[in-house]
Design a protein. Sequence first.
Length: 264
Amino acid sequence: MNSKTKPRLAASNYLNTAPLIWSFKHGARKDEADLVEALPSACADLLARHEVDFALVPAIEYQRIEDATLVPGVCVGSRQKVRSVVLVSRLNNLKKVRTVALDDSSRTSAALVKIIFKEFLGLEPKWTTRSPELKQMLRDNDAALIIGDPAMTFPRDGLHVWDLAALWHDFTGRGFVFAMWMAEKTSAAPAIDFREATEEGLAQRNEIIDSYEQSLGLSRSELESYLTENITFFLDDDLRKGLQLYYDLAYKHKLIPGLKPLNL
């Protein structure tokens, strides 16, 4: 395929996105798309600036990027416990938290933290946004939000850790969608079967684990359980209802400018 006609894609290279992009990096679609790897927040910016045709974008950004449309069926979600999106504190009670440092690579999770405090805990801490360096974040704040691979690998000694998907499930009984493929509305790029691409990536799970085992310093069993038990890659009715509730609460607390229909 001519490079001028290739779809342009953006996605992070976190473990939780690896099955979604494996096909475009190593598999059947390697020569069919140009993939840019960037932090989730940067992927949203690339899509908003019309610099890519498709991006794996924080779910909150569907309500913020005017021309974004959702690609149905595929997501980065969690039914109960996600492990890679956590709030960390030296305090043992969230109701004692007065200041929170938010990971600057996150947007969906940053809004989720605010919803949990405002809607379910009845609190409004002071928010700051920082690079995900936990020691520095906690030096000046009561709690810190960390996402992605860094959230799975920091030392836990002396710290209390809350899994955000688990908190959401405790309060709502729903699963949570962290990210989805989104398309640039006016793009003329060829369509992509993202579900098929994801199925190809999941079929190569052992190869993915091989590539992340050393870099993350986690055991094969930890990586296997993360990809099969903590993360879900296909949208279902429970996750769809959880996503709609998340959008409703984000709008209620003025974290998004309006409410676009899901159209899924």
